[in-house]
Write a protein that binds this ligand. Structure first.
Ligand code: CMC
Length: 428
């Protein structure tokens, strides 16, 4: 017999259907609640219990620490796939054949240049501009160069052009936001390099000097980008979907996702982790910082710990932790920050406060240490996350458009003043 949820309201009983996903996740379908009950809504700040959509892209089981893109375990993808292969999988539902991947790569490669006029936009930003602010603005600015591509309801071929442009140009825009901060000359993309190596070239080469990307670094970058590629209905993906649900164009929707990612409770945590570790290293007293994190009167939190969905080890953190050890060993780097991170992790994992709340290291705890090891400046860490997350945002946006989802428009419970009359300013 199929399950039904029942609620009693004002002496009446209402039945609500149960929806079940392919991994047996269950939800109560309340889409007819308000109309059926004469105005009742549900209240769920932060959407801790609310499913905003049905999605076939990413499966995540926070209790068991499982993450799969289109059914493929993250461990296998991180070990065996290339980032563009994973991007293809997320956006087009299946792993590409060699021919499909070659066509996809060729298309991406042919769009890596950005319009020359955009260089002037960069030059207008101050050197101290945070690269995430620059990146969000630049992605939105891309829309102004392609006015014919603003309608999200065009055919797949036209849509693909916008998607490929975005994937191709984001590394160029990201690297140029760094070059601008350094007041270094911009480096043009080199299309004989693969996706990650090309990004590193645009970051580190100079007109006077080539940059030969180290395969260890290119490999680590590939893994990191894959691990960040999607994470179902997180803050930035939900932002992309909700902005896109107004039929704003894809550039504007992705730009909004980049802004959402910037916050330290989301993608900005990777920068915050390194800043925190630096503070702890300076101070030398790890226990003091753990105590601060536990103190309810102190706003300090252990950055890189805890997750809305994972109540177990974040599977991405497991992979990154290993990659981090490998990269540091292969590059011969002895980073005291890693020792502090390990000590902090050990103390927190054994501490009753963290155990009781299921607070484990998340993806951002170790990613910053790898980025630091491969020479990415701290302010660029969240930009790196954005580079990885782009295909996920695109896939989420596309699914929302294809499923003809209605405009996202939550309700509220109003708690303000009831009606009152306007008072002239002299009488207030
Ligand atoms: N340090 C200390 N206490 C914490 C932490 C932390 N990092 N995270 C959660 N708590 C406590 C929190 O104070 C609360 O305690 P109590 O029940 O006594 O009030 C309890 O754990 C539950 O926390 P919450 O804030 O209700 O949980 P949430 O699901 O709303 O927040 C989070 C999730 C990721 C925002 C939060 O854990 C956090 O702020 N972590 C630090 C920032 C961080 O690392 N963010 C990156 C997330 S992973 C990358 C991504 O996908 O975005």
């Amino acid at each position: 017999m199929s399950e039904i949820a029942k609620i009693e309201l004002g002496g009446n009983s209402y039945e609500l259907p149960i929806v079940e996903g392919t991994e047996q996740e269950k939800g109560i379908d309340i889409s007819k609640l308000r109309g059926g009950t004469g105005g009742y809504i549900t209240l769920d700040p932060g959407f801790k219990n609310t499913g905003s959509t049905k999605s076939a892209i990413t499966f995540l089981d926070g209790e068991k620490g499982i993450l799969r893109y289109r059914g493929y375990p993250i461990e296998q993808l991180a070990d065996k796939a290339s980032f563009l292969e994973v991007a293809y999988l997320l956006i087009y539902n299946e792993l590409p054949t060699q021919e499909e991947l070659d066509t996809f790569k060729n298309s991406i490669t042919s769009h890596t240049l950005v319009h020359e006029d955009m260089k002037q936009f960069f030059e207008a930003y101050p050197a101290k501009a945070h690269p995430m602010g620059v990146l969000a603005s630049m992605v939105c600015s891309l829309s102004t160069f392609y006015p014919e591509s603003l309608d999200p309801n065009r055919d797949q071929e036209a849509r693909n052009l916008t998607i490929h442009r975005l994937i191709a140009k984001l590394p160029t825009l990201a690297a140029w936001s760094y070059k601008n901060a350094m007041r270094h000359p911009f480096m043009y993309p080199k299309n004989d390099l693969d996706y990650g190596a090309n990004f590193l070239h645009m970051m580190y080469a100079m007109p006077t000097e080539d940059y030969e990307p180290d395969p260890v670094i290119v490999n680590a970058l590939n893994t990191l980008l894959i691990l960040h590629a999607d994470h179902e209905q997180n803050c930035s993906a939900s932002t992309v979907r909700i902005v896109g649900s107004s039929h704003a164009n894809l550039y504007a929707s992705i730009s909004a996702g980049i802004s959402a990612l910037w916050g330290p409770l989301h993608g900005g945590a990777n920068q915050a982790v390194i800043e925190m570790l630096e503070q702890i290293a300076e101070d030398g007293d790890v226990d003091k910082w753990v105590a601060k994190a536990k103190d309810k009167n102190d706003p300090f939190r252990l950055m890189g710990f805890g997750h809305r969905v994972y109540k177990n080890f974040d599977p991405r953190a497991r992979i990154i932790k290993k990659a981090c050890d490998d990269v540091l060993a292969k590059l011969g780097i002895d980073d005291p920050m890693l020792d502090i991170a390990k000590k902090l992790e050990q103390i927190a994992l054994e501490d009753e406060y963290f155990k009781a709340r299921n607070l484990y290291p998340n993806v951002d705890f170790y990613s910053g240490i790898i980025y630091k090891a491969i020479g990415i400046p701290t302010e660029m860490f969240t930009v790196m996350f954005a580079l990885g997350r782009l295909p996920g945002w695109i896939a989420q946006w596309q699914e929302m458009i294809d499923n003809k989802e209605p405009i996202g428009r939550p309700r509220q419970i109003y708690t303000g003043e009831t009606e009152r009359d306007y008072v002239n300013i002299a009488n207030r």
